[in-house]
Design a protein around this ligand. Structure first.
Ligand code: SF4
Ligand code: SF4
Length: 439
């Protein structure tokens, strides 16, 4: 690896300094899903960190073999949570991927696909909404279900078809202010996400209703873009920074004291803007101010629930942690606390709540076979709880659970924490039929 870099945050010296914190104890290995599957040192956190250090010191080349080990990592950060030495694995991985993207870039075709996906699609939620609208009639005609079974299609496309939730027009209006119900307690700005906004608009609608119910005006800044997570995880730091700057300007201009998001993966990236833009002379300060106001909806509601929901939901439920909510944001008890506030809902813990579901951004599309092995283990755990309701708090996990329920043949519905709260406030079980539509 060359020692030059366009930014010190993602530099080789940063990579070396962070990798040197690892004392090679191996206590993180049992937490790693890819180590579990491959049982080789290089597909576990300790081996990957050793590779990163060797690459930073220039003792191994930045070639395809190095890239493959880095690429196979789910970025679930379970190893980071398990590490007693405080090795910041997530930052290490992002830095390694940024160096790889610069010094050993992917093929020209892959670069073009990534550029279109990040800069032309995810950057414009309106385009994603149009795509979802185009897919609605196809789903209604059963064509997306058919696509899942066509062996001539590449597995990635079949997986994509199986991740689709029941598509509806429900969602929120950019630019709108949704007024608080009852006595007003404040005003919050809502980050609606890109995929979430287009494909899971009903989760956003439920989030707004629950916040209104708890006394908050909810403002949805118009002109939002993707949080930048997919670009950052692919090593495209410049695209991620551009998205971060746009988001920061938009939300700081809102005049709100709290910026709420409802997707663990997006929230983790929003909270990392201060790190991402630490070397930016114009945005470093603004990024710190922005990050201090970012809250996951579980985190925010657990502290500010004005009244617990009244209507019972007599069902057995299990909660599937989002890795980035659990391991990066450390929001673990809050969603459980909110779910326990719902009358008659029986919450059963998974045996391995810390284990990734295999969604991992777009890992389930780029590495469908490994992702399916991770998913199968997760669904075995889910099935053993006997849950009829699988609760998540992240877009990717939600979609992956839809695939998992179908793949494992379970009779269970998938919901976000706020959807269940919304139901318990309203006394309606609105999501059940929708989820069963996919089967
Ligand atoms: S981030 Fe997850 S998959 Fe990657 S090394 Fe850590 S535990 Fe393993
Ligand atoms: S990352 Fe942490 S737990 Fe894993 S080997 Fe290094 S020091 Fe030990």
């Amino acid at each position: 690896m060359t020692s030059t870099s366009h930014t010190s945050t993602f530099s080789v010296s940063t990579l070396r300094a962070l990798a040197e914190k690892c004392v090679h104890c191996g206590l993180c290995l049992p937490a790693c899903p890819t180590y579990d599957i491959f049982r080789t040192e290089m597909e576990g956190p300790r081996g990957r960190i050793m590779l990163m250090r060797a690459a930073a010191e220039g003792t191994i080349p930045l070639d395809g073999a190095f890239a493959r080990h880095i690429d196979l990592c789910l970025d679930c950060r379970a190893c980071e949570a398990a590490c007693p030495s405080g090795v910041p694995y997530g930052t290490l991985l992002e830095t390694a991927r940024a160096r790889l993207a610069e010094e050993a870039p992917p093929s020209r075709v892959q670069q073009i696909v990534q550029r279109i996906a990040f800069r032309q699609l995810l950057a414009y939620p309106r385009r994603l909404r149009a795509l979802a609208a185009l897919m609605r009639p196809l789903q209604r005609l059963g064509l997306t279900r058919l696509a899942q079974r066509l062996p001539m299609l590449p597995k990635s496309l079949r997986v994509m078809a199986s991740l689709l939730p029941p598509l509806s027009r429900e969602g929120i209006q950019p630019g709108a202010i949704y007024p608080a119900h009852g006595q007003r307690r404040g005003r919050v700005a809502f980050f609606h996400g890109c995929v979430q906004d287009a494909f899971l608009g009903r989760v956003n609608a439920a989030t707004v209703r629950v916040l209104q119910r708890n006394g908050y005006d909810v403002y949805v800044p118009e002109g939002q873009t993707c949080c930048g997570a997919p670009a950052l995880h692919a090593g495209d730091v410049e695209t991620a920074k551009a998205m971060a700057r746009q988001t920061i300007d938009l939300f700081l201009a809102s005049g709100c004291d709290a910026y709420i998001n409802n997707a663990g993966g997006c929230g983790a990236t929003l909270k990392e803007y201060a790190h991402l833009l630490a070397d930016d002379p114009v945005y470093a300060e603004k990024a710190r101010a922005f990050t201090a106001r970012v809250f996951d909806v579980n985190e925010f509601l657990a502290k500010s629930l004005r009244e617990p929901p009244q209507h019972p939901i007599p069902a057995r439920a299990t909660y599937v942690d989002s890795c980035h909510l659990r391991n990066a944001q450390k929001v673990i008890d809050e969603p459980r606390h909110l779910l326990r506030s719902i009358p008659n809902l029986e919450l059963v813990e998974l045996a391995r709540p810390d284990r990734c579901c295999g969604s991992a951004g777009i890992y389930n599309i780029t590495h469908p076979d490994v992702a399916d092995q991770v998913l199968d283990a997760k669904m075995e755990d889910v099935a053993s709880t006997g849950a009829e309701v699988i609760v998540t708090s992240n877009t990717g996990c939600y979609l992956q659970m839809i695939r998992g329920v179908h793949k494992a043949g379970l009779n269970a519905r998938v919901v976000h924490v706020v959807e269940l709260l919304d139901e318990a406030y309203q006394g309606e079980h609105t999501s059940e039929e929708r989820t069963h539509d996919t089967k």
